[in-house]
Unconditional design. Structure first.
Length: 174
């Protein structure tokens, strides 16, 4: 009986993780859940502590929103000082990307705003970041979340062999 429950629990947790984390929710659903959670916190504070509880809960929510806004402005301010669509190392960016990342998180990783390849206000949004070696990472965002990305590296240039007729390091008598 206990093993059956454990198996059911493991499958249930696995499916919930896939539902919640692997497939991002639509933006409208996510926003509605945040508004509902804030309303529930305010209502609970009112029911438990009256006006002072409502005031405390409201001030805590405003503090949290101020922190979120401050973090967003800091990332965008740092990105505004860099050339658009550049990144220090495209391969390192490619390794750090994960499905479901927010656009703001990717901008924070790159340190610059991406070069937009798609039409404005259309889904999916496609951005590109290029490094000094002409390698670039192209990212596709759906509803503000990273859906897929691709690293493109330029072909390797064969190193030229030293010219033997110029009397290089191979030596020999003149």
């Amino acid at each position: 009986m206990r093993q059956g429950f454990r198996l059911f629990f493991d499958i249930f947790v696995f499916e919930m993780q896939n539902t919640l984390f692997q497939r991002p929710w639509r933006v409208n659903t996510r926003a509605a859940l945040w508004w509902a959670a804030m309303a529930l916190v305010l209502w609970g504070a009112w029911r438990q502590y009256g006006g002072l509880g409502l005031l405390l809960a409201f001030s805590m929510l405003m503090f949290w929103l101020t922190i979120q806004f401050s973090q967003t402005m800091r990332v965008l301010k740092r990105a505004a000082g860099q050339p658009k669509g550049t990144v220090a190392h495209a391969l390192k960016l490619h390794i750090k990307l994960k499905p479901g990342m927010k656009l703001l998180s990717v901008i924070g990783l790159t340190g610059s705003l991406g070069e937009m390849l798609s039409e404005p206000d259309t889904q999916p949004e496609v951005f590109r970041w290029t490094d000094d070696g002409d390698s670039h990472v192209t990212c596709e965002f759906r509803n503000g979340r990273l859906a897929r990305w691709e690293l493109v590296r330029p072909p390797e240039q064969p190193e030229s062999s030293p010219d033997r007729s110029s009397g290089g390091a191979s030596g020999g008598a003149p």
